[in-house]
Design a protein around this ligand. Structure first.
Ligand code: AHR
Length: 491
């Protein structure tokens, strides 16, 4: 296959908000307990956090982490997680049918976030609770002292800037699920009260829990009709997987993400027009990843376990290429999508895996994420793409090449995916307006597209440096291997 790109700094999409590279820690399975937190582990710091995990979190490059859920938050009493640990209650968590010991609460999470160098993004419970618990939590976290809740905290304020008004409140599985109208009213009044406590916070209203929800579009129109002026973002969630042997559709998942974002932008802008609002709403894509949900569909467990191994997906080279492509889609929408959270961070559908008492390792999907977060900072450029196409079952005709470029102070980086499972792609890039002196090419691919990293073979899948692409008279020539994620740096 032959494809071409024109990359020109004149075609700017927008600035990358570093929070586009966020992630998510939920009290779910082993994300917190034996994930980020495991007192007694050889690498644990005095607070019980695994420093081997924290090191990989830093390498992954996540500037913001959403917490504590997820479905978990809709049954959570945040007050259970404060005060002396020995006095905290162990509660039944209905979302994941687990025992929540509350050894980690908001204070411990903020302490971990500080050592990991990440900003916490906090969700409040609008399932079983509401305005009063939410405004008390903002008081506890952000006020300097001199009030009941802030004095209970002690120490310096947490200064949590970004807050989610509940989680997936459109989903019938959600504890305290609501209609759009019920949620819209509750979200508006809660937002107002939270801002009365701390006017500097930013708020995220719940959009749909997926594009496939029967209420998608109508939910957002109603919710934003109530909350538009009171919130800064509307959320979106999407998980992708390969269905059967239809790998071509799976490799084109980013075209679905593109459509989802475009639909939500249109809906938010419609509400803006109807309500004569001045500001433009931004999007918080605060859960996205590859997740083989179908594998867990029939899973039930009646026993209440403390740290069950739940949804510990193992990611292949193919999954990693899709993750890299989904990041290209997010970057392409950097003008409207300001926050993104790879769901989740450790063990639970995660780029980082741990063994209790033992090793930590990087999944295949860790690599395109870490490299995009590291090198995809600056201004997003829209390349002109000329690509061969092929037919997919789910998404019809899609291009075999997807790409975006990001310009920083000293280089332009092209992120590109070859979606062909069998055929290398000869890529020609018109770089006349950049006149680069050198180019390098890193790629993630493998003879076995199902290869994975495991505890025994943690570095089976890693990115490889390929031969430097040829640069000749303003034209760059590179070959993208079949089924590959690629990063070409032009300096
Ligand atoms: O990330 C796993 C779950 O997916 C979250 O708890 C929920 O918000 C979503 O449905």
């Amino acid at each position: 296959h032959v494809a071409s790109l024109i990359v020109d700094p004149a075609y700017r999409i927008g600035e990358v908000d570093p929070r586009l590279y966020g992630s998510f820690v939920e009290h779910l399975g082993r994300c917190v307990y034996t994930g980020i937190y495991e007192p007694g582990h050889p690498s644990a710091d005095p607070d019980g956090f695994r420093t081997d995990v924290t090191e990989l979190v830093r390498e992954l490059g996540v500037p913001i982490v959403r917490y504590p859920g997820g479905n978990f938050v809709s049954g959570y009493r945040w007050e259970d997680g404060i005060g002396p640990v020995s006095e905290r209650p162990a509660r039944l968590d209905l979302a994941w049918r687990s025992l929540e010991t509350n050894r980690v609460g908001v204070g411990e999470f903020v302490a971990w976030a500080r050592t990991a160098g990440v900003e916490p993004m906090m969700a409040v419970n609008l399932g079983t609770r509401g305005l009063d618990a939410a405004r008390s939590l903002v008081e506890y976290c952000n006020l300097p002292g001199g009030t009941y809740w802030s004095d209970l905290r002690g120490g310096s304020p947490y200064g949590i800037r970004t807050w989610c008004l509940g989680n997936e409140m459109d989903g019938p599985w959600q504890i305290g699920h609501k209609t759009a109208h019920e949620y819209g009213r509750l979200a508006l009044e809660t937002a107002k009260a939270m801002r009365q406590v701390d006017p500097s916070i930013e708020l995220v209203a719940c959009g749909s829990s997926s594009r496939q929800m029967p209420t998608f579009g109508a939910w957002e129109a109603t919710v934003l009709g109530e909350t538009y002026d009171a919130v800064d973002y509307v959320s979106m969630h999407a998980y992708y997987q390969q269905h059967g042997d239809d790998r071509d559709s799976f490799l084109a998942a980013a075209t679905d993400m593109d459509g989802f974002i475009d639909d939500l932008v249109a809906t938010a802008d419609h509400v803006r027009a109807v309500g004569r609002h001045r500001k433009r709403l931004h999007l918080s894509f605060d859960e996205w990843n590859v997740w083989y949900q179908s594998r867990f569909a029939g899973e039930t467990h009646l026993e209440i376990a403390e740290t069950p191994r739940l949804i510990e997906d193992v990611y292949s080279v193919t999954d990693a290429v899709v993750v890299g492509n989904l990041l290209i889609s997010l970057l392409r929408h950097a003008d409207r999508v300001r926050i993104g959270c790879l769901a989740q961070l450790v063990n639970v559908i995660a780029p980082i895996m741990t063994e209790p008492g033992g090793e930590v390792w990087r999944q295949a999907s860790f690599h395109p994420f870490a490299l995009t977060s590291r090198y995809g900072r600056g201004t997003v450029l829209r390349p002109a793409i000329d690509s061969p196409v092929h037919e997919t079952q789910r998404y019809g005709e899609v291009p075999l090449l997807d790409a975006v470029a990001v310009q920083s102070a000293d280089e332009v980086v092209i992120f590109a995916v070859n979606r062909s499972q069998t055929t290398p792609m000869a890529l020609g890039v018109d770089v006349r307006s950049l006149s680069p002196a050198r180019a390098t090419h890193t790629a993630l691919f493998d003879d076995d597209p199902d290869a994975v990293n495991t505890r025994e073979q943690p570095d089976r899948v890693t990115p490889r440096a390929l031969d430097d692409p040829e640069l000749d008279g303003g034209r760059l020539e590179a070959v993208l291997p079949p089924l590959s994620w690629n990063m070409i740096r032009l300096g």
